[in-house]
Design a protein. Structure first.
Lengths: 415, 118
């Protein structure tokens, strides 16, 4: 019997959710200790008896027994989750109550509530994302720090700050709360950031980045499992993630080198993810809401269904970027729009659109702004101009992956 | 061939740390499995042994005083044992070098089982 990949990471998030249901969020640390203890016990027993047929079930049953012990030993049940105080107070209801906390549907609901609690707008977004990764995805501080290129100490501080805030709340976010709609937006936003960190992010390790994208998709699909959170906007976000994730095998090679969209080997795109993404995009169109996620997913869908760069409907893409600019204007959206114009109308028009970006000083530190100028200069035959801009871009590179890519561009311009 | 017992010792802190994050737990588990399976395949594994709880009682002296575990006074707690078969103590020691507990700051005590037929 082999260990399935990420078994402990996955079960960590599920078990913590069930245990927080019992102990209350103020006892988050206790819940984490119980999970940790179950892992230690698994090591002792499995190395002697071998991996059990159902490792996840084994871990869960150890956590259940431990939870039962802890509640029984504590005479006043009010120490634990207020929502369950009645159930935990009586021996008659205690065992079924604990069973209930570990039921799949409860775990799913508690994971949702934990996600909503973690995405508290009073916490900076970087703290929200770190909490989601740590509590729900089971990543350690060191791993999250590596993915975000920060120090482990800084990440530990970030996580403990978030946990302190979580623990001080009386209970996990209630999906019936009046704040539900804005909080759902915050959750989507955090998952979008999490996905982008994997897709565009800083880590030079391909595996790390794919893991981040996978986790973002998994949690977004968790939102889709519950009717309350499965809104068209959430479906559009899921569509967007699937359509982008489909390109990952072609975007990052085994050395972690970056291949831009225009140069990707499209036979390496994951057709199953494309299909799922298109189906989700279809579903997301059912409502009356058209969100920025809808437009971004629609752009990704045009790319995903084009067999080559030349067969891409660039006119449609420019039109979609126009709509995105009207809904959620940003210099990066304007930049992408200009690149699409460069494909549709020619490099001169693309350069003109780049020059017309109104708040382009906000792109001053963004390497892909000079890189975009470089690409268009290169395409209209101005190799020397292209080289200058790629050099400028390479100097702005924020990590090794970007630097290697931009330096390759400089070399391609000749000397 | 002679028989030896491996006694695994580790502090509680090191034990917790070895399984500190899910990724580390996963890695540590895989390494233990690989090491045990290796011993098994080479025919050295006589008995995978038993894990021991970290709690218990100590009965001491003529007064037979009973104290409760966990044994905070003991730095390295025995967490379990395995029975192996090897040519001699040198080979048994050599085989123990692959044990993942060593990387986590623990130790393996290699003790020959007394031969009783002589």
């Amino acid at each position: 019997m082999e260990l399935s990949e990420h078994l402990f990471r996955r079960e960590s998030g599920r078990l913590v959710a069930a245990l927080v249901r019992i102990f209350g969020v103020h006892n988050l640390a206790l819940a984490e200790d119980v999970v940790q203890d179950a892992f230690c016990r698994a090591l002792e027993v499995w190395k002697v008896r071998g991996i059990p047929d159902n490792p996840a079930g084994w871990l869960m049953s150890v956590a259940k027994h431990r939870a039962l012990d802890i509640v029984r030993r504590e005479k006043t049940a009010s120490t634990f989750a207020a929502e369950l105080s009645q159930v935990l107070a009586s021996e008659w209801t205690l065992v079924p109550g604990i069973e209930e906390a570990f039921a799949d549907s409860t775990i799913r609901d508690e994971q949702l509530r934990m996600m909503f609690s973690s995405c508290d707008p009073r916490l900076p977004e970087e703290v929200q994302v770190a909490l989601v990764l740590n509590i729900l995805c089971g990543f350690g501080a060191g791993e999250i720090a590596a993915a975000f290129l920060t120090s482990r100490a800084a990440m530990e501080k970030r996580i403990s700050r978030g946990k302190k805030s979580l623990a001080s709340s009386q209970r996990l976010f209630d999906l019936a709360d009046a704040e539900f709609a804005p909080r759902l937006s915050a959750v989507r936003r955090a998952l979008y950031l999490l996905f982008n960190e994997g897709y565009h992010g800083a880590s030079a390790e391909t595996a790390v980045r794919i893991d981040l994208c996978r986790e973002a998709i998994r949690l977004t699909m968790l939102l889709l499992e519950s009717p309350q959170t499965a809104s068209p906007e959430t479906q559009a976000l899921a569509a967007l993630m699937h359509l982008h994730a489909a390109k990952l095998p072609a975007r990052l090679d085994s050395e972690g080198d970056l291949n831009p969209l225009l140069e990707q080997d499209r036979t390496r795109w994951d057709t199953r993810l494309v299909e799922q993404g298109l189906a989700l995009l279809d579903q997301s169109a059912a409502g009356t809401v058209v969100s920025a996620f809808h437009i971004e997913a629609a752009i990704a869908a045009v790319h995903a269904t084009a067999r080559s760069v030349d067969e891409t409907d660039w006119g449609a893409i420019v039109g979609l970027y126009d709509r995105l600019m009207a809904m959620a204007p940003s210099p990066v959206v304007a930049l992408n729009r200009a690149i699409a114009i460069g494909q549709h109308d020619g490099p001169a028009q693309g350069l003109e659109a780049l020059g017309a970006i109104s708040d382009s000083e906000r792109l001053d530190r963004y390497p892909f702004y000079p890189a975009a100028i470089g690409e268009l200069e290169f395409r209209r035959g101005n190799q020397e101009g292209a080289r200058t801009h790629f050099l400028e871009a390479a100097a702005l590179a924020r990590n090794d992956v970007e630097r290697r890519f931009l330096e390759r561009r400089v070399r391609e311009c000749g000397d | 061939m002679s028989q030896f017992v491996y006694l695994y010792r580790m502090t509680e802190a090191a034990r917790q740390d070895a399984m500190g994050t899910p990724a580390r737990a996963q890695q540590n588990m895989q390494r233990w499995m690989a090491w045990m399976n290796d011993l098994d395949k080479q025919g050295h594994l006589k008995d995978r042994g038993q894990p021991l709880e970290r709690t218990g009682k100590v009965v001491r002296g003529q007064q037979k005083t009973v104290t409760d575990g966990p044994f905070t006074e003991a730095k390295d707690l025995v967490g379990g044992f395995t029975l192996v078969e090897a040519r001699d103590i040198d080979q048994a020691v050599e085989l123990s070098r692959g044990c993942p507990i060593l990387d986590g700051g623990g130790s393996v005590e290699v003790r020959p089982i007394m031969k009783m037929d002589m």
